[in-house]
Design a protein around this ligand. Structure first.
Ligand code: ADP
Ligand code: MG
Length: 151
């Protein structure tokens, strides 16, 4: 388990970026934390660390966005381009895990060249409890301070 306290958006972004360096592909990351906690900020950091240049926005309305990683940013953790797809899910509007299965999540989970990140992971816990995944919990302490727990 790792714990961090961040004082601003940039620091949370950097925690995400640092975290991404350990990813090998095949991981699922489930994020929890209330609206505005910084889940998307953390994910932007992960995406940057993997060499994604495109701006990441929360797929609240379309639920799932898939980013192809075609070329690598120098110095990114994704050196050998082992991770080719980055799947960003925002489960906020989902009723349950079944809805995620319906849109085809199982095609991506555990794929060795794919990393899946899920915002509002608590909404799809019926699915997540069946697999091994990394939990990222972000709590709002005060205005710009966040408590991030990764395990
Ligand atoms: P979520 O996806 O959890 O709903 P976002 O990442 O979209 O939240 O937004 C987090 C908001 O909180 C942003 O407006 C960001 O600028 C602000 N913020 C303030 N302090 C922090 C911090 N320490 N870490 C992350 N975001 C922060
Ligand atoms: Mg978000």
């Amino acid at each position: 388990m790792k714990k961090y306290i961040t004082k601003n958006e940039k620091e949370t972004f950097e925690i995400g970026e640092k975290f991404s360096a350990k990813l090998k592909g095949g991981e699922v990351i489930g994020l929890t934390g209330e609206l505005g906690a910084g889940k998307t900020v953390f994910i932007k950091g992960v995406a940057r660390g993997l060499g994604i240049k495109k701006n990441i926005t929360s797929p609240t309305f379309n639920i799932m966005k898939i980013y192809k990683i075609r070329d690598q940013k120098p110095g990114s953790g994704n050196q050998v381009l082992r991770i080719k797809s980055f799947v960003h899910i925002d489960a906020y509007r989902l009723e349950n895990a079944e809805a995620l299965v319906d849109i085809g999540i199982k095609d991506y989970i555990g794929e060795k060249d794919t990393v899946v990140v899920i915002e509002w992971a608590d909404k799809v816990k019926d699915l997540l409890k069946k697999i091994k995944y990394t939990k990222v919990k972000i709590r709002m302490d005060k205005e710009d301070q966040r408590n991030i727990i990764i395990n």
